[in-house]
Design a protein around this ligand. Sequence first.
Ligand SMILES: Cc1cc2nc3c(=O)[nH]c(=O)nc-3n(C[C@H](O)[C@H](O)[C@H](O)COP(=O)(O)OP(=O)(O)OC[C@H]3O[C@@H](n4cnc5c(N)ncnc54)[C@H](O)[C@@H]3O)c2cc1C
Length: 425
Amino acid sequence: MLNIPDPKSKRIVIIGAGFAGLTLSKKLAKSDNQIVLIDRNNFHQFQPLFYQVAMAGLEPSSIVYPLRKAFQNADNVLIRVAELVAVNPETKRIKTNKGEIYYDTLILAMGAITNFYGNKEIEKHALTLKSVSQSLFLRNQIFDDLEVALSEQQYEARQKFIDVVIVGGGPTGVELAGALAEMKKYILPKEYKEIDHREVDIHLIQAGDVLLKGMSPNASAAALQYLEGLGVDVMLNKRVTSYDGCTIVMDDGSTLETTKMIWAAGVTCPKIEGLPSECYGYGQRIKVNDQLAAEGYQDIYVVGDQALLISDDYPYGHPQVAQVAIQQAKRLANNIKKNASESFRYNDLGSMATIGRNKAVVDLPRLKFKGFIAWVLWLFVHIRSLVGFKNKLFVMINWMWNYITYDQSLRLIIKPHKKDTTKKE
Ligand SMILES: Cc1cc2nc3c(=O)[nH]c(=O)nc-3n(C[C@H](O)[C@H](O)[C@H](O)COP(=O)(O)OP(=O)(O)OC[C@H]3O[C@@H](n4cnc5c(N)ncnc54)[C@H](O)[C@@H]3O)c2cc1C
C-alpha cells in the first residue's frame, strides 16, 4: 500500500527524482496540486560526479541529497520510495512494488540505463557507473584488488588485479580514465609501494575514431592528447565482443586481462509494462510532442533522458544531459502551473569534460577552449549545479584540499553487512 491520502485537487505522480523529477517537483511544490514523487532511492543523485566517488575523491554523501529534506516545507509533495512496475493508461493507475495509485497526470522522469547491446555475458561481468551504489562498489573493487595484488608474487597473475579497462570514450569514460591515471601517478607510489606503479595499465577502448564524440574536433583531440600524456592507453576503433570477468576479447581478436572492465559504452531507456511498443523510438526513449506529452496521451508526460523529442535540429532527440532534463522540467512545470501549452525549446549552454588536474575541454556556443581556464570553469559549473549548500561547500573544500595535497584520504574498503556472530567486530 502506498497509503496516499485523497487529494483536494489534482494528483500529479512523478516517477524519478533525478535532475528532471526533482526540478519539476520543486517547481510544483506549494501549488494547489498534490504531487506524489516516487523514486527507488530516498535521495537525489548527482551523476556527473559518480566517477569521483569511485576514485575515492569525494564522499558519496557530498553528491546526494535526501528527498525528504528537499521538501520539508512543501506539504503538497508526498514522497514514496518505491519502484515503478507498470502503467495502465486506460484506468489511469500505476503499479509499484509497494502498491498501486491513480493519477490525474503522470510524469515519467526515470532517466537512462546502461546499454549492453544485448550481450548478457558483458552485462553479468562488467562494472558500471549509473548510481552512487555502483560507484562505491567500484571503489571497493579497486582497493580490494590492489590488496590482492600485493600478496600475489607472479607478475602475470598480479597484472589482472591492477590493470583497469574502461569501455566507452564519452565523458564518463574519459573522466574516469583521467582520474585513474592521476591515482596511479600520485597515490600508488606512496601507498602501494610494493607495486611498481609503472606496471599499472589503464586502457580506454572506444568503438569510434574519436573521444568525446558529441564535442568539437578540437575538444576530442585535446582529450586524446591529455589522456595519452597521463599514460592512458587509448584504443580507438576497437569494439569489445566478450568479457568473462577476466579476459576481454575485441573484434580484431586481441585480448586484455583484467578483473575490472568498466562499461561506459552507451545508454538505453527502461521499457515500461503497459505502454505500447509504438510509444518508443530511438534509444528506447518515449516519443513526446513539443509540449512533452507522450505520443498518443494527454495525461502522460515524459522529461529528461527518457523523452524523445524529434525536431529538425535534433533528429535523434536531444542529448541525454542534465541541462536538457532541467530545462524540460521547468517548461513542463510552467505549463502545468499556468495551464499553458508552450513548446519546449532547448537552450544549449555548451558541454565540458575534465581529464584531470588543470586539464579540461569546454565547448560553449560561441567559444571553445581547453586547459586550466576550462578546468576552473568545469569546477565552478559542477559546484554550482550540486543540490544543497552543504554539498557545494564540502565538495569545494575537498577539491581545494586535493589540489594542495594531491591526496584524498577516502581510500577505504567499506562494505555493509549484517552482524557476523562468528567474528569479533
Ligand atoms: C556517470 C555519469 C556522468 C554524467 N556526466 C554528465 C555531465 O558531466 N554533464 C551532464 O550534463 N550530464 C551528465 N550525465 C548525464 C546526466 O546525469 C543525465 O542526463 C541526467 O541525470 C538525466 O536526468 P533525468 O532526470 O532524466 O534522469 P536521472 O537523473 O537519471 O534520474 C532518474 C531517476 O529515476 C529513478 N528511477 C529510475 N527507474 C525507476 C523506477 N522504475 N522506479 C522508481 N524510480 C526510478 C532513479 O532512481 C533516478 O533517481 C552523466 C551521467 C552519468 C551516468
